[in-house]
Design a protein around this ligand. Structure first.
Ligand code: MSP
Length: 552
């Protein structure tokens, strides 16, 4: 069985969750749910990044200990996921002791492999980014280009990570795996950063105490980015197995992946994933062999360099396999909004969910802003899409279809031949959606499905079942139209489950569609599962359905 591992960035706990965080989590959830429908074993990870200066500073400003602020905000992020309808399999916190121990283990290995040395670092540092800025990045007035706060001149005795040793291996990686980063513009951006020459970077911080202690020098903690990046790997070593996924102790080594085939730097020459270090006691529930390397890390462009450069270099230094792909989405821009009647002028995820439900928010964000590009969001645009697309196009299609089956056929779906013209318009749809989602083209896949929602609305108008119903001689035609329509609605709903999990599932329940796998996303597949007209089992009528997207 294939496996699929998808991650979101782990979010800083220095502030409360907002729409931007919700966005990446929703997108990752679409991929996770889609792969579950394909029958893959899925692991979907999200969580919180709790160490480092930004969190320590925010806590002190509030008169709190960092741990107190972390506990408070981590709960808010943890609670956000289910409210968004996100089906994450685990929620990692970088203050989890198991994560911290794993960070120490891996970074000690990086040191043993010869990629860590002691030195002095001097540079312009942004405490909000927890990052040193290169001279060419600094904004006028000696400010951070992202946060616009004044940079601090820092000089520190540090341990360094020999990033420069990975210049050539990373260039080779990018040459061999052109799909390592999408969209292409981000791949180019990362590659040109690498080509401009990699400099060694601090691995530890001396003055900070809020972090993972460095095992070989108690006066240091690890630089928060190395701690944070390792969450993607550490989580697998202690997260419980998702339902239906056998643990390695019961599945032996069947899940071991082929090595990614990326050449190692000469000093770390070895192939593939490394076995647990001698003497280490493997956790019997360890999911690492089952799910590592990750299939997709979803991030926004703000953290590209860490994921596209530091992360693969760190993994190479630790002799671990590299993730398969990064997808870098754009920013949701929220300025310049018009006032909206029901939502005020802030698209607050909690307020939207409260009034319209999580599905509406998921749909709007993934439909209105092409995934991968920047885009403005607004309450007005949200309300327009809600009304015209969710309520009118999909919601009405659903209620009309069920109402006609009830009125003309006592609620029993006829098992008639599917209209060949309509079948033609659905041909290859499930495959197209799979191909698009394999490339994380989440908006395009939704658009392909939505074109069929519109096609079904046109089909109703073209065939006018209400006219056929007036003529007893056309009963066979009416059967065909209703059967085709119900099948079309079932197929689009199956494909919409990853996007609109609550509403699409409700509609599928009402249609009595039991098979929720992608294999059933073909026109006609639903009819085969119904009892034949002469069977002893009486046909089950369609269920009741409250409006999917009511007027608020
Ligand atoms: N803690 C680091 C990430 C460590 S990952 C090993 C961090 N945290 S963050 O809280 O700042 O989250 C940044 C991420 O949140 C972005 O990469 C993106 O996924 C999401 N977004 C935050 N604001 C956003 C927008 N306005 N628009 C789109 N995504 C946004 O960086």
């Amino acid at each position: 069985m294939a496996s699929f591992y998808v991650t979101t960035p782990i979010y800083y706990v220095n502030a409360a969750p907002h729409l931007g965080h919700a966005y990446t989590t929703i997108a990752a959830d679409v991929l996770a749910r889609h792969h579950r429908q394909r029958g893959d074993e899925v692991f979907f990870l999200t969580g919180t990044d709790e160490h480092g200066e930004p969190v320590a500073d925010a806590a002190h400003a509030l008169g709190l200990e960092p741990q107190e602020l972390a506990d408070r905000n981590a709960e808010r992020f943890r609670a956000l996921a289910p409210r968004l309808g996100a089906s994450n399999d685990f929620f990692i916190r970088t203050t989890d002791p198991q994560h911290m121990a794993k960070v120490q283990e891996i970074l000690t290995r990086v040191r043993e492999n010869g990629f860590v040395y002691e030195g002095t670092y001097e540079g312009w540092y942004c405490p909000r980014c927890a990052d040193f800025k290169a001279e060419n990045e600094i904004e006028e007035g000696n400010r951070c280009p992202i946060h616009h706060v004044e940079l601090v001149r820092e000089q520190e005795e540090n341990y360094f990570f020999k990033l420069s040793a990975f210049q050539e291996p990373l260039e080779r990686l990018y040459a061999e795996r052109e799909d390592f980063i999408a969209p292409r513009s981000r791949y180019n951006e990362a590659l040109s950063f690498i080509r401009s020459g990699l400099r060694d970077v601090p691995l530890t911080r001396h003055k900070l105490t809020w972090g993972v202690p460095v095992p070989w020098d108690s006066e240091h903690v690890f630089y928060v980015w190395f701690d944070a990046l390792l969450n993607y790997y550490s989580a697998l070593s202690y997260a419980p197995a998702p339902a239906g996924v056998p643990t390695p102790s019961s599945a032996a080594t069947s899940g071991t992946r082929a090595p990614a085939g990326v050449p190692m730097p000469s000093s770390a020459a070895t192939s593939g994933a490394r076995a647990p270090a001698a003497g280490a006691v493997a956790n019997p529930g360890d999911l690492t062999t089952r799910f590592w390397p990750a299939d997709y890390h979803l991030i926004a462009k703000d953290i590209l360099r860490f994921h596209a450069v530091y992360w693969p270099a760190l993994l190479l230094a630790a002799e671990l396999e590299l993730p398969r792909r990064l997808f870098v989405h754009g920013y949701l821009l929220m300025e310049g909004e018009k006032m909206s009647k029901s939502l005020g002028n802030v698209l607050d995820p909690f307020a939207v969910i409260e009034r319209f439900g999580a599905d509406a928010l998921r749909f709007y964000l993934l439909r209105d802003v092409p995934f991968g590009q920047d885009g403005s969001v607004s309450t007005t645009a949200f309300e327009q899409r809600y009304e015209s697309e969710l309520a009118n196009e999909y919601g009405n299609l659903a209620s009309r279809t069920l109402a006609m089956v009830r009125r003309y056929r006592d609620g029993v779906l006829p098992a008639a031949e599917i209209d060949s013209e309509l079948a033609g318009d659905f041909e290859g749809l499930a495959e197209e959606v799979c191909e698009l989602l394999d490339r994380a083209e989440i908006t395009q896949a939704l658009d392909a499905i939505w074109q069929r929602v519109r096609r079904l609305n046109r089909y109703v108008e073209e065939r006018a079942p209400w006219t056929l119903a007036k003529n007893a001689q056309r009963a066979g035609d009416l059967d065909g139209v209703l059967a085709s329509l119900a099948e079309g609605v079932r197929v689009v709903s199956l494909l919409l489950v990853p996007y609109l999990p609550a509403s699409a599932e409700r509609l599928l329940d009402a249609l009595g569609a039991e098979d929720r796998t992608l294999a059933a996303a073909r026109l006609g597949a639903g009819i085969k599962t119904r009892p034949p007209p002469d069977s002893a089992t009486p046909p089950r009528p369609v269920g009741e359905l409250e409006p999917l997207f009511p007027k608020p």
